[in-house]
Write a protein that binds this ligand. Sequence first.
Ligand SMILES: NC(=O)c1ccc[n+]([C@@H]2O[C@H](COP(=O)([O-])OP(=O)(O)OC[C@H]3O[C@@H](n4cnc5c(N)ncnc54)[C@H](OP(=O)(O)O)[C@@H]3O)[C@@H](O)[C@H]2O)c1
Length: 332
Amino acid sequence: MRYRTLGNSDLAVSAIALGTWGLGGGSVWSDHDSTEAEARNLLDACRDHGINYIDTAPVYGTGESERLLGEALKGRRHDFVLQTKCSLNWRNEGGNFHYSRDGYTVNNDTRPTAIVRDVEDSLRRMQTDYLDSVIVHYVCKGFPVSDTVEALERLKEQGKIRAYGLSNSRPSDLEDYQANGGHVDLVQEFFSILSPFHGREYFTACKPHGTTFQTYGVLEEGFLTSPAFLDRTFVKTDIRSRIPWVQPEVKAGLRRAFETWEPIRAAHGCSFSQLFEAWALAQYKNMSLLVGMRKPANVADNAACLDLVLSPSELADMEEAARPIQVEVLDK
Ligand SMILES: NC(=O)c1ccc[n+]([C@@H]2O[C@H](COP(=O)([O-])OP(=O)(O)OC[C@H]3O[C@@H](n4cnc5c(N)ncnc54)[C@H](OP(=O)(O)O)[C@@H]3O)[C@@H](O)[C@H]2O)c1
């Protein structure tokens, strides 16, 4: 494993981070509800492969992902860099409506009181007294950035958080936070061979601030893990039934792209997951690669992507095959 410094913080994080949206299960990751034993096994696999960086959020499984992590982290909290999010809550205390699901109304609230409550709720669910990193889950325009920055900086002074970042944001939001006295150590944004434009715009914005760019969705929720995955179907509440790759014409385009990608994969004797992870890592130096994993076998497979080096012509051919179905913006 390789380790990097998160933004301008003093946190040393593995180049690959464990994403735990799927760990929340429920109606959004509907094929499996993980157990405490599975969560422990997942963290065991991360430890064995040097992955020390974990990402979660309160809304993943409406608290379930955080709760399972809290159980799995017992006795080894300090071995991991734990990152969660704030701003999306289901406490019915106002804010901007975000979505309703499973009887919960989730609002987006970046006011100081909400941010502080979010952090307290996450600390309680994960049975810890500090969070290494907290990300504003959906940057929203409704409330003053200066107030949000002040709240995050105070939480840092109090030792409750050690770093913070932004997500579902634009480069202008990063500028705004920095201009208001913020110290944004990372941005977490979607980026994959199927949707690379937003990320590329952000690479240049991150550099002057020393902000880490962290990608999510590099495997497009599984759609880039194998052509066979395209045959799977999901209930309509599942995230994987709501992304562009399920549309018949787009899926047909993705199948054609796999025909180009297959010989490149075979030449390296790697998995498709490793191929797209290596592609992403080649696009930007020191990118933090956040991959969703529920299975220890996937942890082992993904950890090995760091050894895969693709030639410039392979990288170009891979993207050329993706071009007909690339999309500008994704909202997950
Ligand atoms: N800030 C935001 O708004 C936002 C939005 C989306 C995601 N995220 C974060 O980013 C993380 C990653 O995104 P994601 O989980 O949505 O999607 P992803 O990383 O693109 O894909 C995850 C899927 O790929 C499968 N997978 C992973 N490695 C594999 C391998 N080596 N072989 C075969 N299958 C493999 C996983 O299977 P298993 O689960 O069965 O192991 C899972 O179903 C999330 O978990 C979350 O922490 C943040």
